[in-house]
Design a protein around this ligand. Structure first.
Ligand code: PMP
Length: 358
């Protein structure tokens, strides 16, 4: 037994660190990034901006300017505040930490984003997932019944959901928020591709927060997410925050890019148009079930027995395309692949490779 084995908690020893595949030399369609870089002029402006930063200084701990800009640009309702995270991953950590009472329960539909249950584990909370139906639709009755039984401190609803891509019905989410005894966080990581949002409704529900990220609209490398809610929630999340969690480069560059948000919006619109162009092409492929999506990716299921999905994943990779393979994890995702929408060229390569692979 190693020295670490003696002290590291068994449930941490038993888990695997978050896996991200090496994408060197591959068409990268695995983690829902924007496929577009910055236009040259804007990239040069960013370069000059970074050159002028005082990297010897700590960031302004409250990131006032960026928070004010986010409130304005993202239309956070008056009377609500915003907390920034090093990616929305870190917001998930802070939100979980702030409600981590002994014996508290965290809930989410499953499958959903892995970090919801991982942070519950890290903070010793019990995670009670409620399975989606076989077609990945939300079983609202089952969720409400489970909530009545579990009395969760925290409920996560990814809207649209990852990895399934669908956006659950608004009326069902409203019922969950109304019935929840604790906090409900609507994770809107894919909002730019969904159109719909709960943001304007924050004032209506005292126990709701809306979390977003700039990762899917071209800034994944900056690591910036945010959560908007009534000030009493934000105050609580802020107490468990690392003092300088948003670094000076992220803050300055995010301000510059959000001031030029029209550029990012135009890129997202191209991704959206490509998604609609790809959908019938994917649906036409034999042996593939394409699930409804409101996000910048498709979840598909490869027909066949055990190993069929992984065989297609490997064949795509051999042809230079990296997607995400969900086989071998949650049983309901067996033979499922998640394909991020890329540039028109990347999507053409993917579709050709997929025709070959099936
Ligand atoms: N929420 C959901 C639903 C996601 O899919 C992701 C990333 N895949 C995140 C949050 C985290 O994003 P980030 O940390 O890049 O903001």
């Amino acid at each position: 037994m190693s020295a670490a084995d003696k002290v590291v908690r068994p449930e941490i020893r038993a888990m695997r660190a978050y896996q991200v595949s090496d994408a060197t030399g591959l068409v990268k369609l695995d983690v829902m990034e924007s496929p577009y870089g910055l236009p040259k002029e804007l990239a040069e402006e960013v370069g000059r901006l970074v050159a002028g930063l005082s990297l010897n200084r700590y960031p302004v701990p409250t990131a006032q300017k960026l928070r004010a800009l986010i409130r304005r640009v993202m239309q956070v309702p008056a009377g609500c505040d915003v907390l920034l995270g090093n990616g929305s991953d870190e917001c998930i950590q802070y939100i979980t930490a702030s409600v981590a009472r002994e014996g508290a329960v965290v809930m989410a539909p499953t499958p959903s984003f892995a970090m919801f249950s991982m942070h519950a584990l890290f903070y010793r909370l019990r995670f009670a997932g409620v399975p989606l139906r076989a077609d990945f639709s939300l079983d609202a009755e089952a969720f409400l019944a489970a909530m009545a039984k579990e009395c969760p401190a925290l409920v996560w609803i990814a809207y649209p959901n990852n990895p399934t891509g669908n956006a659950f019905p608004v009326a069902d989410i409203e019922r969950i928020v109304r019935a929840a005894p604790g906090l409900v966080v609507i994770d809107e990581a894919y909002q730019p591709f969904a159109g719909a949002t709960f943001m304007p409704r924050l004032a209506e529900f005292e126990n709701m927060a809306v979390m977003r990220t700039v990762s899917k609209i071209g800034m994944a490398g900056l690591r910036l997410g945010y959560v908007a809610a009534r000030p009493e929630w934000i105050e609580a999340f802020d107490k468990v925050r690392s003092p300088f969690n948003v670094n000076v480069v992220t803050e300055a560059v995010a301000i510059k890019l959000l001031e030029n948000k029209a550029v990012l919006d135009a890129q997202a619109a191209r991704v959206l148009a490509e998604r609609e162009r790809m959908r019938p092409e994917l649906e036409r492929l034999p042996g593939l079930t394409v699930y409804p999506t409101a996000a910048n990716f498709f979840l598909v299921r490869v027909a066949g027995g055990k190993g069929a999905g992984t065989r297609v994943f490997d064949a795509l990779k051999a042809q230079g395309v990296l997607v995400k393979d969900f086989s071998g994890g949650v049983p309901s995702l067996e033979n499922c692949l998640r394909i991020t929408v890329g540039t028109p060229d990347e999507n053409r390569i993917l579709l050709t490779a997929m025709r070959e692979a099936l």
